[in-house]
Design a protein around this ligand. Structure first.
Ligand code: 9D3
Length: 247
């Protein structure tokens, strides 16, 4: 069983994850345990403060060392082998390859910060790594931590009813997914691609590969650049680009 503890000033926010969908079922089924530690419960300040003004001045507040350290120590006291991840806009980008790496740890601790940031010494001394979820600004580490938990739990054995799904995810094979369709066959004059209706599974697989390659090339040149295409894939891509009037 995997245990994920989230250190946060807003435990209700992240605990809602445990109520819905795939993650809800994984937790209900005892595959994953999700809980929280609130630094507010570990403040020794007479006013219970968890933040303070930044040395050097400037706007905003900084999360104080002590309450966070105590919360992390609480987690480590129970599970000394805990891997501690700090969610931060200054971290390395969290990617699909990190999922398998993080899943190797039975006990994960995610530190979600608020305010302008966390005292840097806490990050250095008490956490094992710093991860960002993308090049955009959000208000705190909670949503990024929830994103991480979701991405991880999908790959916990038994969490998805349908075991193939996690393997077929976009990025698992390094490409964007192909388009999907369901009934009705025609909506406002828009039809489902013919090949999907004819039951030729080899042709369908070829079409899906072609769509995946073409979409990755056009929409995500950064992802595309990392692909090492076979001759067959190169031919499929040419077809896609021609069909879309690009070559
Ligand atoms: C003066 C610049 N600050 C505010 C615009 C920097 C800043 C402080 C705190 C930016 C973001 C945050 C809170 N964000 C996170 O804790 C965070 C985050 C993110 O903002 N983007 C991507 N990944 C992450 S992981 C944690």
């Amino acid at each position: 069983m995997m245990r994920i503890r989230i250190i946060t000033l807003f435990p209700e926010m992240v605990l809602n994850l445990a109520r819905f969908g795939v993650i809800g079922r994984a937790i209900e089924g005892g595959l994953v345990e999700l809980d929280t530690l609130n630094p507010s419960d570990y403040s020794t300040d007479p006013h219970g403060r968890v933040d303070d003004r930044p040395y050097g001045g400037g706007p905003g507040m900084v999360m104080r060392y002590e309450p966070l350290q105590k919360a992390i120590h609480q987690a480590r006291a129970n599970e000394p082998d805990s891997h501690v991840v700090c969610l931060s806009a200054q971290g390395k980008l969290f990617e699909q390859k990190d999922v398998a790496r993080l899943l190797a740890h039975t006990n994960l601790v995610l530190v979600a910060g608020r305010y302008e940031g966390i005292d840097e010494r806490l990050v250095e001394a008490e956490t094992d790594e710093e991860l960002s979820v993308g090049d955009f600004v959000v208000s705190g580490g909670e949503l990024p931590a929830m994103l991480l938990v979701d991405a991880l739990i999908r790959h916990v054995p038994g969490a998805l009813g349908h075991e193939e799904s996690a393997q077929q995810d976009s990025f698992v094979d390094g490409m964007l997914d192909c388009p999907h369709y369901t009934r009705p066959g025609k909506i406002d004059g828009r039809e489902v691609p013919e090949v999907l209706l004819q039951g030729d599974h080899q042709a369908i697989e070829r079409w899906r590969q072609k769509q995946a390659l073409g979409r990755t090339c056009l929409r995500r040149p950064d992802v595309f650049a990392k692909l090492d295409l076979s001759e067959e894939q190169k031919a499929l891509l040419e077809e896609y680009l021609q069909e879309h009037g690009i070559q």
